[in-house]
Every structure is written in C-alpha cells, then in structure tokens.
Design a protein around this ligand. Sequence first.
Ligand SMILES: Nc1ncnc2c1ncn2[C@@H]1O[C@H](COP(=O)(O)OP(=O)(O)O)[C@@H](O)[C@H]1O
Ligand SMILES: [Mg+2]
Length: 211
Amino acid sequence: MTRPIVITGTDTGIGKTVFAAGLAGLLDGHYWKPVQAGVEPETDSATVARLSGLPKERLLEEAYRLRLPASPHLAAREEGLVIEAEHLALPEVDGALIVEGAGGVLVPLSEALLMVDLFASWGAPAIVCARTGLGSINHSLLTARALRASGVRVLGVVFIGDPHAENEHIVPKLAGVPSLGRLPWLDPLDRDTLGYAMRTHIDLAPLKAFL
Ligand SMILES: Nc1ncnc2c1ncn2[C@@H]1O[C@H](COP(=O)(O)OP(=O)(O)O)[C@@H](O)[C@H]1O
Ligand SMILES: [Mg+2]
C-alpha cells in the first residue's frame, strides 16, 4: 500500500530535497519529484539518489522535467506545455512514497493549478520544512494555514539550520502541529552525515500513526 508523504516548505532553497533524501533513506521508501523546474547542476532526484543511497528503482521518474529554473507554470510555458493534474497521478508503490513539491505551497503549476491543489487532490498529508532563523515564524504559520485551508493534513514541521530555541518552540505551538525536530546544517553534507543526522535529530513518532 502506498503511504505518500508530501515534503513542502516555506520557500525554495531551504532544504526540502536534503530532508526528503534523509527521510526516504530512513523509511527505506521511494522518492518522487513530480514537477522539476531546472535541471542544472542536477535534478532533485539526482541529489536524492546521491544522498539517500536508495537504489535507482526507488527514484521515480518526474512527470514533468523542465529546463528553466523558474516557477513551474512559467518553465512549462517556455516549453510550450501546460501542466495538467491528470498527468500527475500519485504513483503506486509498496510503502512510504516521499513526494517533494516545487517551491512553496502556493506556487503555480499552471494558471489554474497550485501546488497545494495537487496535494489536496491526492489526499496526502504533508511535512512543512522551515528555516530556523528570522522570518520563519510567519512563513511557517502561513504555510500550515494554507495547507489546512485546502484540506491537507499537516503531519508536522521540521526545522533546517542552526538552533533557534524560541522559533522551534513557537512555530509548532501556534501551528498546532508536532515538531519532527531540527536537521542541522551539515558540513560536509553526504550520505553518511545526513543519515547520522536524521537518525539522531529527527523524531519520527509524529509519523508513526500514518506509516
Ligand atoms: N542540512 C543541510 N546541511 C547542509 N546543506 C544543506 C542542508 N539542507 C540543504 N542544504 C543545501 O542548501 C541548498 C538548498 O537545499 P535543497 O534541499 O536543494 O532545498 P530545496 O529543495 O528546498 O530547494 C543545497 O545546496 C543543499 O545542499
Ligand atoms: Mg528541492
């Protein structure tokens, strides 16, 4: 049975792919990036392959792989395409399917379809990735609200970056969701350091009922 978990976040470039790689590895699951906009220096799937150590067959092919590193609606338009929900059906796998969104929840896939609409259409729950630093409270709470407003269950929030005790306390409290912990900034970042950080810093208990 497919157990999809959407990895979304407050922004692009905040560590969704790194966390998704860690989680897919930890759960021994599959990874899928339905819409990839931008392929240089590597796709998110390639990053996950490198950082998770999962075999190639666990990395599912993107439904849309677009060259332009831009909002998906624009990257698609550049290639004469319109992204359509019917081409984005959730793949069926046995076990956990880690699905990484593009950018944040209100990113447009087309002029008629937002990232969050897709999550809602799948009925899949989400984890919100958030930075620890200044600006994170507002962005995290907006993200959690937008997901809920569209009927997407929020399994929890995960922080990425240097410790910030107050933000790590207040965001889960005001969002009304559990914290999965904080993935520290890793240097070097590789399969071993990520695997170790996931095992020692991330609490999977909030996911247990779902998995
Ligand atoms: N925990 C981390 N430790 C070190 N580098 C990280 C970490 N998380 C993300 N990065 C780096 O930050 C950049 C953006 O991360 P990425 O996971 O691609 O973000 P997103 O998927 O949200 O766009 C990448 O260069 C990535 O290697
Ligand atoms: Mg990414």
